[in-house]
Design a protein around this ligand. Sequence first.
Ligand code: SF4
Ligand code: SF4
Length: 137
Amino acid sequence: MTHIITSLCVRDRGCIDVCPVECMVPGQPVNEWPWIYIDPDTCIDCGACVPECPFAAIFPEDEVPAAYTAKGGEYISNVGLTGTFEGTNHHGHPIHLETTRQLAAGEVVDLTPDIKPNYDFFKGGPGYGAKDSDDGM
Ligand code: SF4
Ligand code: SF4
């Protein structure tokens, strides 16, 4: 199994620092790959990244919710969305995402379609090569 980063990710990057096998890669280009991605072949399911995420975006693969109920105010980030998220990441660097939508309280979202992009990123996508163009966001 693996852990999965879902569309609740807004690139805080707090998770990356704690991964003992360095299998978390910031997507590039950001508008095509807006999350951080976990290499499913390398993740050892240690769970260390989960409590580090201030947005609770990381789940064991078999626990990714099919019916996530929004608290209200959180963002999802996905290719094709047109809202903007501005923030500051774990290292104090600015975040600017143009592929987001803010969720309303009580809105129910299926996060299971977010599983496949974690695999696609490393099979046919940029994979570890994205580290070469990492700009810190
Ligand atoms: S800590 Fe959460 S929001 Fe930040 S990059 Fe990791 S998964 Fe995304
Ligand atoms: S579960 Fe552990 S090995 Fe997998 S991505 Fe998170 S920190 Fe890395």
